[in-house]
Design a protein. Sequence first.
Length: 74
Amino acid sequence: MTFGENLRKIRKGKRISQTKLFSETGFPQTTISDWENDKYLPDVMEALKLAAVLKVTLSKLLNGKFKSPKPKAS
């Protein structure tokens, strides 16, 4: 399972839309979509904020064996 698939699964399991996740994190909906579609990975601080808002541990957010997309270029 990729990071994006796991993020989508957790978000949908919590019944949180991308729009609501945007309003609670400040991350643009396009960025959330890019993460869920494995175009990029969030940085550590973004991942921590996602985990906090989704009320899961960082470990659960990153859990499992997954294929990682290329990190977003700075």
